[in-house]
Design a protein. Structure first.
Length: 275
């Protein structure tokens, strides 16, 4: 893997939000680190970001980091691959953190059948608990779905989905996208949508209504084409926005404005003036 970051692109014509990143995994430790990452992002037109946790240590850090910089918000949950042991102490701590004012979503939670770190039964039970938490707190649910589309959709239907559901790094095909859209879910597209061989994902991205998609980096992973394999950061959202505009046959400004307004609605972020 190349250790050199991609170049920071020219700023987008309108500000956008990176709806899913991991600032701690990008190397941020202190408030100064977070500020430097967000300065680079803002120079590309990515003016806000949601930093996401996958375990309790990351959840505590994300909740704290969201108070260090006004451009940063947090999402907290226990990642499905870490739910093998998810008892009352962990649940109480997640619930406490998720209630924070700058924690804008419960996530990432869901199902991951690619890795075998946690049994499916444990994952599904934890997923149901997180769904209930999101509903009790009145916050969006941010879903991790890897090789588990049918079970994720089934459990959401069985439990009753929260008002807002975001499929982080959407990985389904056009059929799954249509089913998610019909259910009112929001699909968040990461750098994977820029990959040249991701034809099923391209088809899905084209059919999603303008008020039901977001963009994200999942940094430091999934760096957009043509920098695949290099370290990712929130500023790279700008590459994905431009690629998504090409895929959809829309202007970059139209897509950027949609990304921003959708993020503001879903995550209850302050409204900013469009570019």
């Amino acid at each position: 893997m190349s250790r050199e970051r991609p170049p920071v692109p020219d700023p987008l014509p309108a500000p956008v939000v990176d709806s899913h990143t991991h600032l701690d995994a990008c190397g941020a430790v202190t408030a100064a680190d977070v500020g430097a990452i967000m300065d680079r992002a803002e120079s590309a037109g990515v003016t806000r970001a949601v930093t996401v946790a996958d375990d309790l240590t990351a959840a505590r850090w994300a909740a704290d980091a969201s108070t260090w910089d006004s451009r940063v918000f947090a999402a907290v949950a226990i990642h499905p691959t870490r739910t093998k042991e998810f008892g009352e102490p962990e649940r109480s701590e997640v619930e406490r953190l998720a209630a924070g004012e700058r924690v804008v979503a419960v996530g990432e939670t869901g199902l991951d059948y690619y890795w075998d770190f946690s049994p499916p039964d444990a994952q599904q039970e934890a997923f149901r608990w997180h769904i209930d938490l999101a509903k009790r707190l009145g916050k969006p649910l941010m879903i991790h779905d890897r090789d588990a589309h049918e079970d994720v959709l089934r459990i959401l239907e069985e439990e009753g989905a929260p008002e807002d559901v975001v499929f982080h790094c959407f990985s389904g095909d056009a059929d799954i996208a249509r089913r998610c859209v019909a259910a009112g879910y929001v699909l968040s597209f990461a750098g994977t949508v820029t990959f040249r061989n991701a034809r099923a994902l391209h088809e899905a991205a084209r059919l999603v209504p303008r008020d039901q998609f977001l963009t994200e980096t999942d940094a430091p992973f999934l760096t957009p084409h043509p920098f695949r394999g290099a370290p990712n950061e929130p500023y790279c959202t700008a590459y994905t926005v431009r690629n998504l505009a090409d895929l959809r046959g829309e202007s970059v400004e139209e897509v950027a404005n949609a990304v921003r307004s959708n993020a503001e609605r879903v995550f209850r972020l302050p409204t900013v003036t469009a570019g």
